[in-house]
Design a protein around this ligand. Structure first.
Ligand SMILES: [Zn+2]
Length: 442
C-alpha cells in the first residue's frame, strides 16, 4: 500500500459542515482518503511514503462536469440561437464524424478537463467505446451516455441497441472509474418509443439516464403545444424521470415541472455559460435547490461554451442568478462550489465515493497554486471559497489526483505528450470540417 500525504495547504473539504482546515493535510492510501485534519496531527501519526507539499496552496475535491459533449467546432459556430446553431453547424458536423475523429476529440477534451481540475465528467457523444478507452488510459473518471437518437434523419447517431452494447462491454470498467448510462439526445431527435424503452432498460441494468431538457423558451412552448403538457411532464409520462436521471439545462420550468423533478428525485445539470452564450435564459436554480433537487454544473460542449472549465461555471452560476434576480445574496460561493462537487456527485449516484474530501471516499483531489497575484490576499478560511469561485482559473491547477494517482503534476498533463494530442486533434478537426463542408458524409 502506498501512502501519500498532501500537507500544509488550505483544505476545503465540502463536507456537510463545509469544514476548511488551514494548514491542513489529506492522507491518501492507495485510491482512498484515509485521514483529513491539521498537518501537524497527520504528520505525527503517519509516516507516508510520499509527501505533496501544498503549503501556500489550496486543496479541493475533484470538480465534476455534469454535462459535456466532447467535440470539435470550438469558435467555429458562433452567435446563433440554439436551434439554428444545431441545424446549421452541429448536425452537419455529426454527419461527417468518423470513429477516429471521436477518438481525437476524447483525447483532447479529457486532457483539457483534467488540467482544469475536472476529475469526473458526464459525457454525451458518439463512438463512446473510444471514450471508455481514453478515460481508462488517462486515469480519469467518467459516466458515458451516448447521443442516442431514433427519429428519421438522425441515422448517424447511435441506437438504443448500440447503447446496450456499450453498457455491456464497458460499464464499471477501469476499476469502476468508467460507468455507462443510457443517453437520449432530445425529444426532437428521439421518439416516445425510445424514451420508454430506455426507461425499461435503465431499470433492468440498474443504471442512470441522461438527456436534454429545454434551453429555448420557444422550443419549450412548441413542445407544450404539441404534447398538451410541459416537457418535464412528458418525460414523467414516458417514465424516464427518477433518482438516477440527470436532465441538462431545464432553463424554462413551470412550478409544476419543478415539483415533478423534486418528487421523482431527478437531478439537473445546470450549464450557465452555455445558457448565456446561446441566449437561452436563466434556469431557476435557487427554486430547484429549495425543492431539494440535486443540481450540478456542466460546461456543455466546446462548441457552446467554449471552455471545459467548471471553475468558470461556478462563477457564472453565481453571477447569472445575482444579476437576473437583482439579488447579490443569490448563490453564495459555498453553494457554487457545492454544486461543482457534491451536487454532481449526488446526481451521478456517486455521493458516497466522490464530491468531498472525507475519510473513505476516493482520493480525487485538486491542488491549486494560490501563489498568484490574482489570488491574494489569502486569508485562509475567511476568503478561500470566494477566491476559488470568483478569482481562480484552470491555469492555477497544479496537481490532480484521481483515485490516488497523479494525472496532472506541476501543471503538466502526465498521461500523454500534450503537443502530440494537440497536433493530432488539429489535423483531425481540419479534415472533418473540410469533409463536412464538401458534404462527404461518414
Ligand atoms: Zn448538451
Amino acid at each position: 500500500m502506498t501512502d501519500t500525504l498532501v500537507a500544509g495547504g488550505t483544505v476545503v473539504t465540502v463536507d456537510d459542515e463545509n469544514a476548511i482546515h488551514e494548514d491542513g493535510a489529506v492522507l491518501v492510501a492507495d485510491d482512498e482518503i484515509q485521514d483529513v485534519g491539521p498537518t501537524s496531527d497527520l504528520e505525527s501519526r503517519y509516516d507516508a511514503d510520499e509527501t505533496i507539499d501544498a503549503s501556500g496552496k489550496v486543496v479541493i475535491p475533484g470538480l465534476i462536469n455534469l454535462h459535456v459533449h466532447s467535440g470539435f467546432i470550438r469558435g467555429l459556430a458562433e452567435d446563433l440561437p440554439v436551434w439554428e446553431w444545431l441545424a446549421e453547424h452541429v448536425d452537419p458536423t455529426h454527419r461527417a464524424l468518423r470513429r477516429a475523429d471521436a477518438r481525437a476529440a476524447y483525447e483532447l477534451c479529457y486532457a483539457e478537463m483534467a488540467k482544469a481540475g475536472i476529475t469526473c465528467a458526464l459525457d454525451m457523444y458518439r463512438y463512446m467505446d473510444e471514450a471508455a478507452e481514453v478515460v481508462d488510459e488517462y486515469g480519469l473518471r467518467a459516466v458515458l451516455s451516448p447521443y442516442v437518437a431514433d427519429r428519421e434523419g438522425y441515422e448517424f447517431f447511435p441506437s438504443v441497441e448500440d447503447n446496450v452494447e456499450l453498457l455491456e462491454r464497458y460499464h464499471d470498467t477501469a476499476d469502476g472509474r468508467v460507468k455507462v448510462w443510457f443517453g437520449l439526445e432530445h425529444i426532437e431527435y428521439c421518439t416516445e418509443e425510445a424514451y420508454r424503452r430506455v426507461a425499461d432498460l435503465a431499470a433492468e441494468y440498474d443504471v442512470g439516464i441522461h438527456t436534454h431538457g429545454e434551453e429555448s423558451a420557444k422550443k419549450a412552448q412548441e413542445l407544450t403545444d404539441r404534447y398538451g403538457m410541459r416537457p418535464i411532464e412528458v418525460f414523467d409520462e414516458w417514465g424516464i424521470l427518477g433518482p438516477k436521471t440527470v436532465v441538462a439545462h431545464c432553463v424554462w420550468l413551470t412550478n409544476r415541472e419543478v415539483e415533478v423533478l423534486s418528487e421523482t428525485g431527478t437531478s439537473v445539470a445546470h450549464c450557465p455559460t452555455s445558457n448565456e452564450k446561446l441566449a437561452s435564459g436563466v434556469a431557476p436554480v435557487p427554486k430547484l435547490l429549495n425543492h431539494a433537487v440535486s443540481v450540478g454544473l456542466g460546461t456543455d460542449g466546446i462548441k457552446e461554451n467554449n471552455r471545459l472549465d467548471v471553475i468558470q461555471e461556478m462563477k457564472n452560476a453565481a453571477l447569472l442568478q445575482k444579476v437576473h434576480r437583482l439579488d447579490a445574496r443569490a448563490i453564495p460561493g459555498e453553494q457554487a462550489l457545492r454544486m461543482a462537487t457534491m451536487g454532481g456527485a449526488e446526481a451521478l449516484g456517486l455521493a458516497d465515493e466522490v464530491g468531498s474530501i472525507e475519510v473513505g471516499k476516493q482520493a480525487d483531489l485538486v491542488v491549486l497554486n494560490f501563489q498568484q497575484p490574482h489570488l491574494r490576499p489569502n486569508f485562509g478560511a475567511e476568503n478561500v471559497v470566494p477566491n476559488l469561485v470568483h478569482a481562480a482559473m484552470p491555469s492555477d491547477v497544479e496537481t490532480v489526483l484521481v483515485a490516488g494517482d497523479r494525472v496532472v503534476d506541476d501543471g503538466e498533463f502526465l498521461p500523454r505528450d500534450q503537443d502530440a494530442i494537440i497536433e493530432n486533434y488539429e489535423e483531425t478537426a481540419r479534415a472533418l470540417v473540410e469533409r463536412r463542408d464538401n458534404e462527404e458524409w461518414a
